[in-house]
Write a protein that binds this ligand. Structure first.
Ligand code: SF4
Length: 949
């Protein structure tokens, strides 16, 4: 196997020798360590990229290979060849790479170029973006063709980029290359990708020098066996290898909230003056302009805070709602030494408040005004768990998991907040196994040695001492349910994006168990058993053996009983298929009463097995066995205990609780491969009603679109506010009616027709070709969005760089930026894009709605709400489905005009709006009448309108 020195360029190796000589020889101990560590040495390497027929190294074949050789940091040679794979290239791969069957028909098969590839690579390190894919694919090809496997060192630019760069748009090669200023013209062609990968490596590797040496020591110790580990080890050779892995964090200090006069009121007049042009606040905001509606709104907010009670206020797009409530709220809290809690639905709005709006308001009030963002416990890293995780045995962590943790080690040495969302290199939603081991969720904090340095405690204490605290609706529900009190500490509450308060309630209050969660729990416990096997020889005596045997038996029983229970549920689903509420895509969905499973033997067996497992794990946790204290097993056991307890509580709720007023449903495919049980309280209005009853301070619910009509009654009733006679106010958008052209197509293809995808494509292509204006398309269904995206770029490849799809092209921020940068861009979005994006001016001049946004009728909650209205003598369709759709429709329309100078076209491709009786409710939403139009006149009408002054 090649040594590190073989990998270093000659020049680097010479310098290394000289350095060692100066230091008195590489082996000499006790020399003074270099305080900044050694500069890393860039090795000579071959950058490789393979294009293949697919991702399976056994079944798929290479279609193109690209190799670029770098010596002393410079490209010295390259090799590339198309390869005849001997099997057809699938259409999606052709779409991705542009390599067709015809192109490779005359190319050599891999066997013919194999020797050239061997010779080119030699013993040099192989470098690629996700190098293991190319490495194992190549070795498979060598072996299949009678060659030998290679064992060269590997450099992974993906893992290294994650360690060194914080890229919110993702770590695809193109994105890393762009971030480093490396050009990549023909992505997914082998030589271009290989060259870009090589250039990326040359820029990335020296950046290791910028990591503080103390952090490099930790990284070198934790990294799995790899070339990067070698480089790190080399760079810290002789520097404090004995240093602790523990996070050394100073005790946090939080200044108490500046006190005020609790009786002081905020003057509405003062608030209005602050929101006028040339005011001290206006001068701090570039482009500020005075808006009468904003001033009126802000004055009403001030009055509501002064007088208490509940206010429900809709302030249309463009009124300046956010600053309109923030100014009186901040003044009110600051003057009284009180706390105003602001709850939002989207992360975007939270960021806007914390990063943009509150700092402006703070400049008015001075240094003693305090504000903060508070998140749920599950967003913060627990220092106690972290120290145990990085210091102990790495247990069952796979090398790729250790690689994934490396950037976290670096980040943990830097972060002030410990908020996992602050970074982008570790996806805690995917790496749940690791995240559960280190997150602050469900920790028992009593007596914690890291309490005074804890990120989560710091965030909570800061919230308790701030004048303004920003939270989200989900955390609000969580806090109220957990009686964990920080909402009680608030003196006033403002719910922005309040139209989402009730829907978030349904989702926040949901409990579910399914096959995947159950299997993950059993596997997690099994891994603990496997880890503990290694402790048996640790001389801890008989009690360990007994506990170990009991736990092994309990996990086995849990596996058996959970399988039995889920099989029983699956059988029940299939037996009752004739009562299914929904069977789309082969998934049965049936509502049930918990009593259905309360009498089932398998359910009782599962509860017993869970209780036994809890008992066994508890016995280990409390044993005080020293070997456990040293490793991460104790940490894993504690997490396992929390998971078991929560799971048992959830099984109780879903399968045996006497829970009137709750909704339960089971789901699973016909083949019984998986099953899911879900339950939720239906009466979110009563839940909120109870809260309003107990909360003594003023409450403001506000949004740009609170209700489908002008009365706001819809929101008031759903939020349980009817009996509190809230103050109701509406403030219209200030846009001139002639700024918008609303169009509805008369001859649109029915959205339920299979040809509707083609129809949508044709309209979008027509708009793109003939107007060239930036367009946002809002879908109600992800499958349709994806179909339109893939077909669009397949049919119109010339527009590939100008079409961006949610979840496919990049994250939301990146897509929004593309809309600002790319002329004629088309954004395809769904879900949160209906309300959570702000793309002003020319970046969005057209909004297209392919289909009216009705709620999914087969969703159990949607159905139950509608049925409930029917049963109480109302009309579930008109009073709920249509109302929800109109509300969503208004939100979609709100994406169009964001700034006072904006003009735009709102285009609806759903003719039901003019054909059905309920369509009038949608038509009434627009400030000017909808124009009915034929499909073939759409682009012409758009162009005419947007050309007008
Ligand atoms: S106080 Fe709790 S969350 Fe914080 S470090 Fe200690 S155990 Fe972890």
């Amino acid at each position: 196997m090649a040594k590190l020195s073989d990998m270093l360029s000659q020049d680097s190796a010479q310098k290394l020798q000289e350095y060692q000589k100066k230091q008195g020889g590489a082996r000499k101990k006790h020399r003074k360590p270099p305080q900044k560590g050694r500069a890393v040495r860039i090795p000579d390497f071959v950058s490789i990229d393979l294009e293949t027929t697919g991702l399976d190294k056994n079944r798929d074949r290479i279609t193109e290979i690209g190799l670029v050789k770098y010596v002393q940091g410079r490209e010295v040679d390259s090799f590339s060849s198309l390869v005849n794979p001997g099997i057809p290239i699938p259409p999606d791969i052709v779409e991705l790479t542009g390599i067709t069957d015809t192109m490779v028909a005359q190319a050599p098969p891999f066997a013919e170029i194999m020797d050239q590839v061997y010779r080119f690579i030699g013993r040099m390190a192989l470098c690629a973006h996700k190098v293991d894919f190319d490495f194992y694919f190549l070795n498979e090809a060598f072996q299949r063709n009678g060659g030998k496997r290679i064992r060269n060192w590997r450099i992974d630019t993906l893992a290294t980029a994650r360690l060194l760069l914080d890229l919110h748009e993702g770590y695809a090669l193109g994105k890393v290359a762009r971030a480093l200023g490396v050009s990549l013209e023909h992505a997914h062609r082998a030589l271009d990708d290989a060259r870009a990968g090589g250039e990326v490596a040359l820029k990335l590797l020296p950046m290791i020098d910028d990591i503080p040496v103390e952090t490099r020591v930790k990284l070198a110790r934790f990294a799995p066996f790899s070339f990067v580990k070698k480089m790190l080890e080399y760079s810290v050779q002789g520097y404090g290898a004995e240093k602790s892995m523990q996070l050394q964090r100073k005790k946090f200090v939080v200044s108490p909230r500046a006190q005020g006069d609790p009786a002081e009121l905020v003057s509405p007049q003062e608030v209005a003056e602050l929101l006028q042009e040339k005011s001290p606040l206006a001068e701090k905001i570039p482009g500020f302009y005075s808006r009468p509606a904003q001033q009126e709104y802000a004055q009403e907010i001030a009055k509501s805070l002064n007088t208490g009670g509940v206010a429900v206020m809709e302030a249309g797009t463009g009124t300046g709602k956010t600053l309109g409530y923030l100014v009186p709220a901040a003044l009110w809290a600051f003057r009284r030494g009180a706390c105003v809690m602001i709850s939002t639905n989207t992360k975007n709005l939270q960021e806007q408040l914390i990063q943009r709006e509150l700092p402006k308001v703070a400049t008015l009030l001075g240094d003693t005004f305090s504000y903060t963002l508070l998140k749920g416990k599950g967003n913060y890293v627990c220092i106690k768990a972290w120290n145990s995780f990085v210091s102990g045995e790495t247990g069952s962590l796979a090398p790729h998991e250790r690689d994934a943790v490396l950037p976290l080690i670096k980040w943990m040495d830097e972060t002030e907040t410990g908020d996992i969302e602050e970074q982008s290199f570790f996806n805690h939603h995917r790496m749940t196994h690791i995240w559960q081991l280190i997150s602050a969720e469900n920790r028992s904090c009593a007596g914690c040695p890291s309490y005074d340095a804890c990120f989560m405690q710091q965030a909570r204490l800061r919230a308790a001492h701030s004048h303004v605290v920003v939270i989200n609706h989900a955390l609000f529900y969580h806090d109220v349910m957990a009686h964990s009190s920080f909402t009680d500490g608030a003196d006033a509450l403002i719910f922005d994006e309040a139209h989402q308060l009730v829907p978030t309630g349904y989702h926040s209050l949901v409990t579910e168990i399914d096959s995947r969660r159950t299997a993950a729990l059993v596997e997690y416990l099994q891994e603990i058993v496997n880890t503990l096997k290694g402790y048996k020889t640790d001389g801890v005596g008989r009690s360990f053996e007994e506990r170990f045997s009991a736990l092994t038996r309990a996990v086995k029983a849990l596996r058996k009983n959970s399988t039995n229970f889920l099989s029983e549920v699956s059988l029940w689903l299939r037996k009752n298929r004739s009562h299914a509420d929904d069977m789309s895509r082969g998934i049965l969905q049936i509502r049930y009463e918990p009593a259905t499973f309360a009498r089932c033997e398998a359910g009782a067996g599962l509860i017993l097995a869970l209780t036994e497992s809890i008992h066994c794990v508890e016995s280990f946790v409390r044993s005080g066995i020293p070997a456990l204290e040293r490793g991460i097993a104790l940490n894993e056991l504690r997490v396992g205990l929390d998971r078991l307890r929560q799971y048992r509580a959830d099984v109780h709720y879903l399968a045996s609780a006497d829970t009137a007023g709750h909704l339960f449903w089971a789901q699973g495919p016909e083949d019984g491969k998986w099953v899911k049980l879900t339950g939720t309280p239906l009466a979110v209005d009563s839940f909120l009603g109870d809260f309003w009853k107990h909360f003594a301070g003023p409450v403001v619910c506000t949004s740009a679109t609170l209700s489908p009509d002008t009365t706001l009654d819809y929101f008031v009733h759903r939020a349980g506010l009817a009996e509190y006679t809230p103050k109701i106010q509406r403030y219209e958008s200030h846009f001139a009616p002639e700024s918008i052209l609303p169009l509805v197509v008369k001859d649109a293809v029915d959205v339920r027709d299979t040809s509707s995808v083609d129809y949508i494509l044709t309209v979008l292509a027509d708009i793109k070709e003939n107007t060239g204006k930036n367009t946002v398309v809002l879908f109600t269904n992800n499958a349709l969005l994806e179909d339109v995206y893939h077909l669009f770029i397949q049919r119109y490849p010339q527009y590939k760089g100008a079409v961006f799809a949610q979840r496919i092209s990049g994250n939301r921020t990146w897509i929004q930026n593309q809309m600002e940068e790319v002329e004629g861009a088309i954004l395809l979005g769904s879900g949160a894009f209906w309300e959570g994006i702000d793309i002003p001016g020319a970046a969005c001049e057209i909004v297209v709605i392919p289909k009216l946004p009705f709620p999914v009728p087969t969703h159990p909650i949607v159905r139950a709400i509608s049925d409930d209205i029917d049963q109480r003598g109302g009309n579930g369709f008109m009073d709920y489905y249509v109302q929800e759709a109109v509300l969503r429709f208004r939100q979609g329309m709100g994406r169009l005009l964001r700034h006072r100078d904006d003009r735009g076209v709102f285009l609806v491709l759903d003719s039901r709006m003019i054909q059905k009786g309920y369509g009038k409710r949608f038509l009434r939403v627009s400030p000017v009448d909808f124009m009915e139009i034929e499909s073939n006149a759409v682009s012409q009408e758009i162009s005419r309108f947007l050309r007008e002054e």
